[in-house]
Design a protein around this ligand. Structure first.
Ligand SMILES: Cc1cc2nc3c(=O)[nH]c(=O)nc-3n(C[C@H](O)[C@H](O)[C@H](O)COP(=O)(O)OP(=O)(O)OC[C@H]3O[C@@H](n4cnc5c(N)ncnc54)[C@H](O)[C@@H]3O)c2cc1C
Length: 202
């Protein structure tokens, strides 16, 4: 991303590289962008973990976590704005309803209604993206397999609709089957590529 600020730009990239490798990753990114950033002054370098793991405890007594505080950024896409706004709204609605518009003091069980509603609606989305990330983001070849699959029109449609509706949209069984076969093919190719890459780097 490149966020324009008043007298500088904030440039960044997301990664699933583990902590120890981040400095190497930043150096490689800077090298790739060398021509574009020539003459520029680096003001500050930062790296932060993305809160993409829902917190084990999101409600306690009369406190409820929403958005990033609850760990609602989705895996794979890093999308957090929608889920932050949605969870905030769901939580507020649960409070208004349970407090009978402010006439009654709420407790933990009232706040748990928001959790149930949020989880019922989005748990499958988080689960699918979690599996996708585990399968396809674990190595460079696996990421290449993912890129290869994204050339497929069906994958593009499913991805677009899922982003748009914030739900795992139901697919067509025949196309799903083809997709499963293509996925296995891409992963096998990626695995073969990984072995070749290991030979080069050894
Ligand atoms: C670089 C970057 C790029 C991103 N790109 C995208 C994207 O393209 N699409 C997308 O959907 N999501 C994106 N996200 C994620 C998204 O920004 C967050 O998921 C979302 O903003 C979370 O909203 P929030 O209200 O939960 O938290 P925040 O937006 O972090 O809001 C929390 C607020 O609380 C304030 N605060 C903190 N402590 C205190 C305190 N003690 N007292 C008072 N106020 C306090 C903070 O200053 C902040 O304003 C991106 C995040 C980053 C960092």
């Amino acid at each position: 991303w490149v966020f324009p600020k008043c007298d500088h730009v904030a440039v960044g990239t997301g990664t699933v590289t583990h902590k120890g490798e981040i400095k190497k990753f930043q150096a490689a990114t800077r090298l790739r962008a060398r021509d574009k950033i020539e003459g520029g002054k680096i003001i500050r370098v930062e790296a932060h973990p993305i809160p993409e793991h829902p917190r084990p405890r999101r409600v306690l007594d009369r406190v409820a976590l929403v958005g990033d505080a609850a760990g609602y950024v989705t895996k794979c896409s890093g999308e957090g704005i929608y889920f932050a706004a949605k969870s905030g709204r769901m939580c507020a609605e649960a409070i208004v309803e349970a407090s009978e518009n402010g006439k009654r003091m709420i407790d933990e069980s009232d706040l748990r209604r928001y959790l149930k509603k949020f989880d019922d609606m989005y748990w499958p989305t988080y689960k699918v993206l979690d599996v996708l990330q585990k399968v396809f983001y674990r190595s460079n070849p696996a990421r290449e397999a993912f890129v290869e699959m994204c050339a497929d029109k069906y994958v593009q449609k499913m991805t677009f609709d899922s982003y748009l509706y914030k739900k795992v949209v139901p697919g067509n069984p025949i196309d799903d089957l083809k997709l499963a076969v293509n996925t296995i093919g891409s992963l096998i190719r990626a695995n073969a590529l990984r072995r070749e890459m290991q030979k080069i780097t050894l």
